[in-house]
Structure formats: structure tokens, C-alpha cells
Design a protein around this ligand. Sequence first.
Ligand code: NAD
Length: 457
Amino acid sequence: MTDAYTRAVNTGLTKTIAMRLGLPRPALLRRHKPGAPLTVGPVLLVSDAASAADADAVGKALTGWSLRVARTPEELADGERWGAIVLVLTETARPADASPAVLSLPGALKRLAPSGRVVTLSRGAEPGDAPALAAVRQGVDGFVRSLAKELRAGATGNGVVLTGGVDAAHPSVAATLRFLLSAKSAYVDGQLLAVGPADVADVASERTWERPLADQVAVVTGAARGIGSAIARTLARDGATVVCVDVPAAGEGLARTANAVRGTALQLDVTAPDAGQRILEHALARHGRLDVVVHNAGITRDKLLANMDAARWDSVVAVNVESQLRINEALVEAARDGRIAGPRIVSLASTSGIAGNRGQTNYAFTKAGVIGHTAATAGLLAAHGGTANAVAPGFIETEMTRHIPFATRQVARRLSSLLQGGEPVDVAEAIAFLASPLAAGVSGQTLRVCGQNLVGR
Ligand code: NAD
């Protein structure tokens, strides 16, 4: 639920007072509603000269999603606002070549709608690139992260990075672009997501976009409450049959989530040595298949390392990372044996695992570990058509963060480009995208869902 300050500065008298005093006003973010338009207005599509053919291909995808696409800023009618700006720099050869395209944007940015989107398409730097090419490719990274910090009113800036020779017209690229344009990415800001070639369903079909997990079976650990419960609900909305896993002590919440998603409940401590086998057996016996596993179960036991004890350190390691490693081993083996086909695994990391956090050496050790094993597991699954990705949430409004002292909680919320904490559904939407066949070209990556939290790299 949106925090009290954000609600207050957006409603009634308190909104007027906040505006008079010039207080920071976090926006009410636009979130996904089935059937709602992809963007809140037309899309401005801009490229440099060398990338014009790629921009044409992107324009075709955009119009296929019923969006009105303009190629010059002058095409916006009086009183209208841009729903999104898409900047294509896929074939730009050197930094100076980007100028005309980039410098056509300032006026358009002033007319970007609330919760609008800026998305770049570029290519990832490859070993052997000429220095000028490497400069422009890496340059887009700094450009996107800075522009995202300049946007206001819930607008976000993100990038799609083409890798492995994938072309701009590839459905894999289109699927990621569509996710970043949509309200599903409300709390993803200042991020670049690399996409490679893969066999991806055509996202032009509304059915594929709205129900990408139709007929698939997904397992979510830690599903009794918080982010896990939101993940289960979002995967079910997207068509999946969901197996909800949590410890027996959380049985009531677990049953609530499982009933709400019309899935099944599996009471299981993920640290059990046979947790992987139990998950496989349950999914195959009850539902006949297993397509997605979301490693969401996680705990914090914060202490400065100077005061750390074995119980705190070891429990966090056991739940947050060792359990995931053991379950993944069972999944890779099952994929090798052909008992399951190409599983898509998504693990919960954290911005603490990227930036570090005082009092969280144990937690950050495990969450950085998740980022590491995700990249390694992606390689093991590639041969079987599976993927492994991680999501690193920033500050999300849940039971876990409700226990943080008031002042620290306020600072954590406001220290992001979107000036607010995220909601469990924001993390769930990113996971649902990465868990879907639409993201078959995305693997080994960690996507931050943090409103561009100012902590870290
Ligand atoms: P939460 O404490 O509200 O829920 C965690 C769930 O995991 C609970 O239902 C709990 O019973 C379950 N669980 C714990 N140990 C388990 C075990 N051994 N076996 C099975 N289930 C177990 O937490 P949350 O805020 O919803 O966080 C979910 C995930 O997101 C965690 O991995 C957390 O580290 C990560 N995360 C959260 C935030 C945030 O701001 N809330 C930020 C970054 C990362």
C-alpha cells in the first residue's frame, strides 16, 4: 500500500500545503490493469541516422500494440502529452553521432505524461569493439541512469541492451521493450536489461501479453505473505497454476494465498536437504509439469559483524542462498533427465547485495551470492532451454520493512528517484515478466526493482 506521506501530498488540503511549501511530492504510480492502454499517450520514436532501419522495425512493433507513433516532436497536438519516448541508438558508431537524436528530446521531455516512459535501445559493448564504438555503447548506460534521475511525476527511464547479435526486430527485444513501456514496470527505474536471441512468442498478440503463463506450472517459495503472496497472485493472473510453498508455522497465510490463486499449498522448509525433490514431486504428481520456480523465501537477522553470532549468520545463509543452490541442483538434474523442460528460475536478491548495508553483512553476503549463482546457473540451463534471473528489490512496503525504525524507513523511501518505497506487486510484475516465455532471451541477469534507489553502484 502507498505510504501515508505519498497519499497525503497527492490529496486534498495536504496536497495544496505540500505544493505551497515546495515539499517533495512522490507521484501515485500508474500500475498495470488488464486491458488498460500500454502507455498513457502517443510514443515519440527517435534514432540517429545509422539506426533508422532499426527504428522502423521498432515502430512496427509499437503500432502492432495499437500505439500511435510519431517520428518528430512536432507531431504532438496541443494539450497532448507523450506517453513514452523511445530512443534507438543500436547502430551509432561513435559518441558524436548520438547528438542530433539526443538533442531532439529536451522539448519532448517537458511534455512527457505523468508515469511516462523513456526507453533506449542500444547494443552491449563486446570484446573487440573499436574504442569509439565501445564508448558510445557504454555511454548509453550513463545516459539512461542520469536521465532517469531527472524525470519527475512517476516517469521512468530504462534501457534495452541488445546482445549476442540479436536484431531490433526480434520478438525477444520487443517483449522486453513492451515490459519497460508498460505500467508493469512502475518501480523499475534507471535500469538496463540485456536481451539475447531466443525463441519467443509473438507479443503482438494481446492474449500472449495478458496470459503469458497460460497452462504453465509455477512454484513460489515464501508465498504465505508479503512479496511471495503478491508473486503467487501475479503469476496466477498471468495464467499459471501456482504451487505455494512456506514453512508449516505460516500455514494459515499459506492456505490463504493458495486458495486465493486456486493453486496448491506445500508446507515445506526450503532448507530441508530434500526440498528440491519435494517440490519436483509435488508439482509433477499434482500438476503434471513444472515450468517456473521463484526463490522468494528469505530472512533478515541484522547485527553488526562485531556482534554477530553463529545463529544469525548461519540461518540467513541457509535460507537465503544454500536452499536456492540445493533446489537449483535438483532442477538442473531434472532438466537434464527430461523430467521437466527448460525451467525458468527467478531468485530474490536485494539492493543490499549490490550496495552493501550497515548491519547486514550476513544478508548482503547471501543476496550478492544469489546474483553470483544466478549468472552461473544461467549457463547450466541454457543447454536445456531454461533461464535463471534475479530481481533485486530496493525498499518494498512489507512486514519485513515495517520493523525498520521510523526515521530510517522514511529515509529509505525518499532516497530514490521515485521518492517512495515500492509495493510487493512491483516486484511481482518484474518476476512475472522474467518467469514468462516472453523473457526467454533474458538470462543470467539481475534486475533492480528499486525506483532507482540512490544506494549503490
Ligand atoms: P516476509 O518476511 O514478509 O516474507 C518471507 C516469507 O518467507 C514468509 O512467509 C516466511 O514464512 C517465508 N520463509 C522464511 N523462511 C522460510 C523457509 N525456511 N522455508 C520456507 N519459507 C520460508 O519478506 P518479504 O519482505 O516479502 O521478502 C520476500 C523476499 O524479498 C525475501 O527474499 C527478501 O530478502 C527479499 N527482499 C525484500 C525486500 C523488502 O523491502 N521487503 C527488499 C529486498 C529483498
